[in-house]
Design a binder for this molecule. Structure first.
Ligand code: GLN
Length: 490
């Protein structure tokens, strides 16, 4: 049961072979057993989860007034602790919000609640989603279920670890520069970053507003479709939410691979990518070719500029967004200050960790008079070129294939003191959010150390259903996504 996909669980719930209470109990048992070591959850709430599971069972039985049951009714889920929830605190991985309880739910939380999912807890993450390893969390690092000495990736590392260790069948994440796809890759699960504007940002603590996008993390690509059907959709409370007709993200699950044009950028297969990663990704590419897909060699010349551009724009927006944490409105407030300015300074000095402070400093610098043109404006111009690279590539191919991350999971502490090394993890993931296009990561094998490798598929705007279909076809022929980490056996 714990290794079943959402589709299988949904069918079992519908056929009354399984109740939501049983399933939720099993998940809570796993959390109880493994979370002490994995640190995937910051908060888990068994009584609330069981009450929600009872309501879901009643709804499946046609009782109550919540309406007809849907495919996700009764499915336990966890949210990255960046989604505001009334039911549980929302810490964002920070001391600043350690005891913060939101007066409202995020749009995504509402949507999943309406669908009848069972919220079991909130997942660990890098502080304010700044990081690629979940090590900047105020609550300590999450640990990788494939090797507990290693990171889970970040910033949605707790969500990825929770799904990988089969603590919950699905979780949410957010991706600003790779934070859904990179932890999915390092933890051996599936994650999708949708087109910017497809999922509402309402109620998600803002990091870099022009990049932030929420998305699902689950075991299979087909499961991502089920979650997207609930998470996506117009919301007038997010000014950048896109108004489009509702779509079924599972409509291309039987997509034809014959004739599919797969773009293979030279830049994604060069220096700096681990041999084990290359081997697995190239094998996946050969599998698609064997199904009749056509390889289209191409170049994304601006791809190496993604990291420097991202690390100007994201901190710039973050420095502005994080100015709200001033000790007045919400969150931590320092004790024993002399005046208002002193209160601000002490509050922010105590409430934020080192990485967040560094980003605020960098962001303030690149926006400052005299440097704005040289850094921020220049980065915006190059961002435009990155989007143009993708547009040109998608004239020649239907999907771009490559590794999600240049390495597999690294040891906790290995890169923590070297920001440049840490930022280089994001080399293949930052471009999609900079351009606003969708991208997903699915498991495609293991390296020689037995650590999972992620395959990234990037598509043109609003092509997520197609990406899911292409990934699903691969998963029908492989079982990488169903392997269970050896350190958290079932
Ligand atoms: N690793 C990137 C960063 O540190 C991306 C984080 C994210 O996508 N939230 O900013």
């Amino acid at each position: 049961m714990l290794n079943a996909t959402l589709r299988e669980l949904s069918a079992a719930l519908a056929a009354k072979k399984l109740s939501s209470v049983e399933l939720t109990r099993a998940c809570l048992g796993r959390i109880e057993r493994h979370n002490g070591e994995l640190n995937a959850f910051i908060t888990a709430d068994a009584p609330q989860a069981l009450a929600a599971a009872e309501r879901a069972d009643a709804r499946r039985a046609g009782k109550g007034n919540a309406g007809e049951a849907g495919p996700l009714t009764g499915i336990p889920v966890a949210h990255k602790d960046i989604f505001c929830t009334r039911a549980m605190r929302t810490t964002c991985g920070s001391r600043m919000l350690e005891n913060y309880v939101s007066p409202y739910d995020a749009h995504v939380v509402e949507q999943l609640e309406r669908a009848g999912t069972v919220l079991v807890g909130k997942c660990n993450m890098d502080e304010f989603a700044m990081g690629s390893s979940t090590e900047t969390s105020h609550f300590g690092p999450a640990r990788n279920p494939w090797d507990k000495r290693r990171v889970t990736g970040g910033s949605s590392g707790g969500s990825a670890a929770a799904v990988a260790a089969r603590l919950v069948p699905a979780a949410t994440g957010t991706d600003t520069g790779g934070s859904i796809r990179q932890p999915a890759a390092l933890s051996g699960v599936c994650g999708l970053k949708p087109t910017y504007g497809v999922v509402s940002r309402y109620g998600i603590v803002a990091f870099a507003s022009s990049l932030d996008q929420a998305g699902p993390i689950a075991k299979s690509a087909a499961d991502l479709a089920l979650l997207m059907n609930v998470m996506a959709g117009f919301d007038e409370r997010d000014s950048t939410s896109v108004e489009r007709p509702k779509e079924d993200y599972g409509r291309f699950l039987d997509t034809e691979l014959k004739g599919l044009r797969i773009g293979v950028p030279k830049e994604y297969f060069g220096e700096g990518v681990d041999a084990g990663v290359l081997r697995a990704v190239e094998a996946a590419l050969r599998w698609y070719e064997a199904q009749g897909a056509r390889r289209v060699d191409l170049q994304l010349p601006t791809s190496p500029l993604g990291v420097p551009v991202y690390y100007v724009i994201a901190p710039a927006e973050a420095s502005s967004n994080l100015s709200r944490f001033d000790g007045v409105r919400y969150g931590h407030r320092a004790q024993g200050y002399s005046d208002l300015m002193d209160m601000y300074c002490r509050t922010r000095a105590e409430g934020f960790g080192a990485e967040v402070k560094q980003r605020i400093l960098v962001g303030t610098y690149v926006l400052s008079h005299g440097y704005y043109d040289a850094y921020y404006l220049q980065a915006q111009k190059v961002r435009r070129l990155i989007a143009r690279d993708f547009a040109q590539a998608f004239e020649r191919c239907d999907v771009i294939l490559g590794p999600t991350s240049p390495t597999t999971a690294f040891e906790i502490g290995a890169k923590a003191s070297d920001p440049v090394q840490m930022y280089l993890n994001d080399i293949f993931t930052v471009s999609a959010p900079l351009a606003g296009v969708p991208a997903l990561s699915i498991p495609c094998g293991f390296d020689e150390a037995g650590l999972p490798v992620g395959l990234q598929l990037t598509g043109d705007y609003f092509s997520e259903a197609r990406l899911i279909g292409i990934a699903h076809r691969y998963q029908q022929a492989t079982d990488w996504h169903l392997r269970v980490p050896k350190e958290t056996p079932l």
